[in-house]
Design a protein around this ligand. Structure first.
Ligand code: CMX
Length: 297
């Protein structure tokens, strides 16, 4: 079980978004209307949890009642569980009265139910379970065939091009779901710089950060070297075969099985930082914060 988000009732979402942008350095990465709950939600990434700004859609919305009684403020805490039906049954058996008989669809691809604050120390508590939305793909013609591109996250976020040698899904689905909170992610299985350029063209993106995964690290480096004007900062999950770019701040994330001499050479290169993770390079709880920190500059 983990704290998934903190709901905050707001009377002016624009003002609240600006406030959190000032406080945290990042505003909402997506907005979504949940008509059944009478709210419009705005999600902000906040470390391992999210903030959910809640605007009332009309006077009958629970959030409108809340604002009327208490003004803007902490509205609820939401905990993610693996099996929401089991959680509802367990709490009912323990004597609680969940607000719904069955979990309902909520924002952000979740099924949710609530416990009334009178049963939970004055705090409205939500339980939720992710029902991930399917990934839509865009195909663009390329060479003899086509490229399959997965686009996630708000186009207003910094763009991040993910290059991988293997098909993007299902191997990297969990990673993309984490990255979409802060980035406009374009992910493609492509190994040539020209293919990557075709993707940028198709999505009308000028400059991107680059994330190379596995054999995709050399594709990322190749794009940075051949078209430096398109590349922002680089994250390479794996050791490149070629020399790193001398112009772009690059983070190489390697595992502790990698060749020590190759790591030492990379460490000595200008603009390159190296992180060595024990075991799995793509341990998301470690990898994603490292990537975010590096891309934030
Ligand atoms: N946190 C803490 N206390 C709250 C509260 C909240 N979010 N909402 C209401 N209360 C308190 C009120 O202050 C009031 O306290 P007092 O009796 O001491 O004055 C009491 O609970 C009853 O308030 P009410 O306005 O009469 O509210 P209701 O009992 O009619 O409804 C609730 C409260 C929790 C059942 C209703 O807000 C609800 O159904 N909430 C769940 C749905 C929801 O909030 N959806 C929006 C979010 C959706 C999403 O995240 O996707």
């Amino acid at each position: 079980m983990k704290l998934e988000h903190i709901g905050i009732a707001v009377d002016d979402a624009g003002n609240a978004a600006r406030l959190f942008e000032t406080l945290l350095g990042a505003g909402p990465y997506k907005a979504e209307t949940v008509a059944r709950e009478g709210v419009r939600t705005h999600f902000i990434a906040a470390g391992t949890a999210k903030l959910e700004l809640l605007e009332a859609l009309g006077p009958e919305s629970p959030v409108a009642h809340y604002l009327e009684k208490r003004g803007p403020g902490l509205h609820h805490l939401a905990f993610e569980v693996a099996d929401i039906e089991a959680q509802l049954r367990r709490l009912r058996d323990a004597g609680f009265t969940p607000l719904y008989d069955e979990p309902r669809p909520g924002a952000d691809g979740k099924r949710i139910f609530f416990l009334h604050p009178k049963e939970t120390q004055g705090i409205l508590v939500e339980f939720c379970q992710s029902v991930p939305t399917p990934f839509d793909a865009t195909e663009i013609p390329w060479a003899e065939g086509h490229l399959v591109i997965y686009e996630r996250g708000a186009p207003t976020n910094p763009a991040l091009l993910v290059l991988t040698a293997e098909p993007v899904l299902p191997a990297h689905e969990a990673l993309l779901r984490r990255l979409e909170m802060q980035f406009h992610v374009l992910a493609v299985a492509a190994m040539e710089a020209d293919a990557a350029l075709a993707v940028l063209d198709a999505f009308a993106v000028g400059q991107v950060h680059l994330l190379g995964l596995g054999a995709g690290v050399d594709a990322a480096l190749d794009l940075a070297r051949t078209h430096p004007e398109h590349a922002g900062r680089l994250v390479l999950a794996g050791l490149p075969e070629g020399a790193p770019s001398t112009e772009h701040a690059t983070l190489v994330v390697a595992d502790d099985q990698n060749d020590a001499a190759a790591l030492a050479r990379l460490r000595a290169a200008p603009e390159v930082a190296v992180a060595v993770l024990p075991g799995d390079v793509l341990d998301l709880d470690v990898f994603v914060p490292l990537l975010r920190r590096h891309l934030a500059g």
